[in-house]
Ligand binder design. Structure first.
Ligand code: FES
Length: 510
């Protein structure tokens, strides 16, 4: 089969999930309030926890910095599966059989929870049961897949080992797990949110949290001043807005990856797929506005360590043209994932001395099941119910192997980027930056970041990251300034898009 020429990419980046969707709107927090549980972050974990707790009769306030469901949860591929890439063989080696099985069960319960909610609340989110399939195209990948298959068998997980997948891809082995699912995440979660509100939950948008203060009870302080006092505070804001001396920025790595929605030139055979060899490729189908698309994802890299990010969309488009015979890319978007040093999420007390503040973060790329599992665990911790998964996911854990090696590698990586950025001496000047272009430049004798709007307006920013001082890099595809050290991201005007930074880049001009 001859590959077709690659189609054009859409001009701007926006997830398919947000197209034609009307999300509920909520007011800003205008005055101090007191509740039982304050939840920060209205994505899958925050909304699910709000629904669980409000339904149990707790007074709940859900706080969102921007608009509900517009953050990381809107940028997922929305695979609802316990097949989290290659992980079970590694878990067996590093945390043992009992804990590896617990990881599987926590995520399987989350899958069952979503399935049950869709059924009981009759949510029209196009949930379909699918096989989740890992596939290997190289000998090294095949060996990894065979070890993963043995891990599945050892953990009594459903699995089928095969020698192909139903696409024109030269595959050596595939590993299928039946009974998984896919859905429209925002239709599911906006329904759950409205149900939480019907049970009494209060929701506040455009009310970013800035800190936690301690009195008799802890209180969430917002940037505009009003506070929420609560018995428990649940931090579900992707990167935790409050560190609590937990050093989360040093224990997680921020990674970006890319997704295109490709109109199909073949009949979709069913299933959800992910490659175990690089460059990574993730596939699922979605029917949207009467058309069937393949969501083609992959091309992951550490945030801020590449500037020519357009090439990643192009690589996915080329793959779709070659293997799916697509002639049209309707949507493209990118996402940011947080990976912990031992690849297990952090869910539980933010630190040993702050039992009233709970956190959930570090889901890798598997937020639909892990985010739901986190909500179930946080609900139990918030109301004092024993939960059998708390020790495995406790943020205060420390598994020396492989955590220590990963931790040291990450520290070295951050150190080298700190030095590299400071030595960078751009040759261009701000006046030479063209409309629609961003670049690092020399400005007033220092490295700076310049962006020129199409109307000619120039903005120049100090490229020193306001978190710990690394130099941010230009992200050409998303038109943002990204930090290579801990993954903070800033808009062309300097505002924070993603933490751990909490303050905007300093404006030098414009
Ligand atoms: Fe830590 Fe930029 S995110 S220095």
């Amino acid at each position: 089969m001859q590959p077709k020429p690659s189609p054009e990419l859409p001009k701007s980046s926006s997830p398919l999930w947000l197209d034609r969707l009307s999300l509920p709107q909520f007011p800003k927090l205008q005055s101090d309030i007191v509740v039982d549980i304050a939840i920060v972050g209205a994505g899958i974990t925050g909304i699910t926890a709000a629904w669980l707790l409000a339904r149990d009769g707790r007074r709940v306030a859900l706080l969102e910095a921007d608009r509900v469901l517009q953050g990381t949860t809107a940028h997922t591929t929305a695979k609802v599966t316990v097949q989290h890439d290659l992980i079970y063989d590694e878990l067996l080696a590093h945390v043992g059989r009992t804990n590896a099985r617990l990881y599987y069960e926590a995520n399987d319960e989350a899958l069952g929870f979503i399935r049950d909610r869709v059924s009981s609340l009759e949510i029209p989110c196009d949930l379909t049961e699918e096989e989740a399939v890992l596939y290997a195209t190289t000998e090294a990948g095949e060996q990894k897949l065979l070890r993963e298959y043995e891990a599945y068998q050892s953990l009594h997980m459903p699995a089928a080992l095969r020698s192909d997948i139903p696409f024109s891809i030269d595959v050596r082995k595939s590993l299928a797990m039946p009974g998984q699912a896919q859905f429209h995440p925002l239709v599911y979660l906006s329904t759950l949110l409205q149900e939480a509100v019907a049970h009494g939950a209060k929701v506040y948008e455009q009310s970013p949290a800035s800190d936690i203060h301690y009195g008799e009870y802890p209180e969430v302080v917002t940037c505009d001043g009003p506070t929420i006092t609560a018995e428990k505070i649940l931090i579900c804001s992707h990167f935790p807005f409050y560190d609590g001396l937990g050093l989360y920025y040093a224990r997680m790595q921020a990674q970006r990856s890319y997704i295109v929605a490709a109109k199909l030139g073949i009949e979709w055979p069913g299933g959800m797929y992910i490659s175990v060899d690089g460059p990574s490729r993730s596939l699922r189908s979605v029917v949207h506005a009467g058309e069937t698309y393949a969501l083609v994802g992959g091309e992951g890299h550490i945030t801020g360590q590449e500037s020519d990010t357009e090439k990643h969309y192009q690589a996915l488009t080329d793959f779709a043209a070659s293997h799916l015979r697509t002639e049209h890319i309707a949507y493209r978007w990118s996402t940011q994932d947080l990976v912990t040093v031992d690849r297990l999420p952090y869910i539980g007390e933010i630190s040993a001395v702050q039992p009233h503040v709970l956190v959930a973060t570090g889901y890798k790329k598997w937020g639909m099941t892990t985010g739901t599992a986190a909500a179930l665990i946080l609900r139990d911790l918030a109301v004092g119910v024993k939960n059998r998964y708390t020790a495995l996911f406790a943020p205060t854990r420390f598994h020396a192997d492989p955590s220590l090696r990963s931790f040291l590698a990450q520290t070295v990586n951050v150190g080298s980027w700190l030095v590299t950025g400071k030595l960078d001496k751009p040759s261009r000047e701000a006046k030479d930056v063209l409309p629609g272009e961003g670049a690092t430049v020399q400005y007033g004798g220092q490295r700076a970041g310049a962006w020129r709007e199409l109307d000619g307006t120039l903005t120049v920013l100090d490229t020193t990251c306001t978190h710990l001082g690394c130099e941010v890099m230009w992200n050409a595809a998303e038109h943002t300034w990204d930090c290579p050290c801990h993954g903070s991201r800033f808009a062309v005007t300097g505002e924070v898009i993603e933490g751990p930074a909490t303050k905007p880049l300093v404006r030098l001009h414009g």
